[in-house]
Design a protein around this ligand. Structure first.
Ligand SMILES: [Fe+2]
Ligand SMILES: [Fe+2]
Length: 171
């Protein structure tokens, strides 16, 4: 059974994951407008992954006898100055989410909630990957300084990203 405090904190995290999906979908839209369809594919996959994060929390609340309460999702930004600015915003956002996951883990430890600690371990690992992926793209974008040739090549690379549904959960 989840404590009420933990249930509320996880419900807030479900909202944060859905906001992440919303943010990345907005970035996908922006990249389409910039004629960078590969970047848009990468962001669409990112948005789908965030949706599975929300569902992972959703399933966990149900499994622990808690109640999921969906709340309004804030509107994301819709415009950025450059492709580099988009990835800088992505990295900043993932760093913020890492902080949220760490706060959840700290609460689970404080409450001696071992099941939540085990569950949250997956997200701790996931955030390492998310930050590394965003850092890598920020670095590449800085190298090419939004030069059209580099953007065109990276756009082709990013178009290859595919969404793989997680094998260990029902989505
Ligand atoms: Fe996430
Ligand atoms: Fe993420």
């Amino acid at each position: 059974m989840l404590s009420q405090k933990m249930e509320e904190a996880i419900n807030a995290q479900i909202n944060a994951e859905l906001y992440s999906a919303y943010l990345y979908l907005s970035m996908a839209t922006w990249f389409e407008e910039q004629q960078l369809p590969g970047f848009s594919v990468w962001m669409r996959v990112q948005a789908k992954e965030e949706m599975t994060h929300a569902l992972r929390f959703h399933n966990f609340v149900n499994d622990r006898g808690g109640r999921v309460k969906l709340t309004p999702i804030d509107g994301p930004p819709t415009d950025w100055d450059s492709p580099l600015a988009v990835f800088e915003a992505t990295l900043a956002h993932e760093q913020k989410v890492t902080g949220l996951i760490n706060d959840l883990m700290a609460l689970a430890i404080e409450e001696n909630d071992f099941a939540s600690q085990g569950f949250l371990g997956w997200f701790v690992d996931e955030q390492v990957e998310e930050e590394a992926g965003a850092t890598d793209l920020v670095g590449k974008m800085k190298l090419m300084q939004d030069a059209p040739g580099g953007l065109f090549m990276l756009d082709k690379d990013l178009a290859a990203r595919i969404f793989t549904p997680p094998a260990d959960m029902v989505v």
